[in-house]
Write a protein that binds this ligand. Structure first.
Ligand code: UDP
Length: 235
């Protein structure tokens, strides 16, 4: 399937139409942003790495009963996906205290949570993706109550699957962001799962293996993305 017209360019991906109105091609770029677009840069070959990692993970999730938008990886930087009407909610799943949770609650990074925490953010760059709760979601019609029940159930199920998946590969899945969308009356997992939208720590050393290396100039950014690529894709 060939890409036709560009329909959207985001921070990390470009979306194209295809001959099939139900399918789009996602092209993964090397551009990296942080702090709501304030910090900009490039991570060499990030697009290739994230396309491969996300493809492998979405196939794993599909095999385990999670419906996703993923159809197939068509090249080093492109994947074919089902077209979604994106639900404007970013679902953050947390297993360990880090990032904004550490700040908000005044806790040290690294504290394991007794059970996973789900958080909702309103997907709006101009507003800086503010945190919201289910009352905001209902009031402003971002998703129905039935859809929210599906999102929460999927979030916990995906987390159960992914915590074990990453653990087997020597990685602690600290926290990550998920996005969902509607397609033919179904809710599908969209976007991507990669070191861009996850906090991944080396299970033995706690070394950061994700976009925090870029956010906080920790060095070895490309090397670390490649390392995660090998841990996930070389099996
Ligand atoms: N995250 C993301 N996109 C966003 C916000 C968060 O992918 O717009 C991911 C982030 O990489 C981390 C998790 O969601 O793995 C939780 O992020 P947090 O709320 O701690 O915010 P941050 O510290 O990234 O500002």
């Amino acid at each position: 399937m060939k890409r036709l017209e560009k329909i959207y360019e985001g921070k990390a991906k470009i979306l194209y139409t295809t001959e099939d109105p139900n399918l789009i091609i996602q092209y993964f770029k090397d551009d990296a942003t942080a702090f709501n677009g304030v910090k900009k840069g490039t991570i060499v070959d990030k697009g290739v790495v994230n396309n491969h990692i996300s493809s492998v993970i979405y196939q794993f999730l599909e095999k385990n009963g999670i419906p996703t938008h993923f159809v197939e990886r068509v090249s080093e930087r492109e994947q074919l996906t089902k077209k979604l009407d994106i639900i404007p909610i970013e679902l953050v799943v947390r297993n360990v205290v880090a990032g904004s949770l550490a700040k908000r609650m005044g806790r040290l990074e690294g504290e394991a949570l007794k059970s996973p925490i789900l958080e909702f953010y309103y997907k709006d760059d101009d507003l800086g993706d503010p945190m919201i709760n289910e009352y905001h979601i209902r009031e402003f019609g971002l998703a129905t109550d039935d859809e929210m029940a599906v999102l929460k159930e999927r979030g916990f199920k995906i987390n159960d699957l992914l915590v074990g998946y990453f653990k087997e590969r020597g990685i602690r899945l600290v926290d990550y962001k998920l996005e969902f969308g509607r397609n033919n009356g179904q809710i599908l997992l969209g976007d991507e799962i990669s070191p861009d939208g996850c906090r991944l720590w080396n299970i033995k050393t706690n070394e950061k293996m994700d976009k925090d290396r870029f956010r906080f100039d920790l060095g070895k950014v490309e090397e670390t993305y490649q390392e995660v690529y090998h841990l996930i894709c070389d099996r």
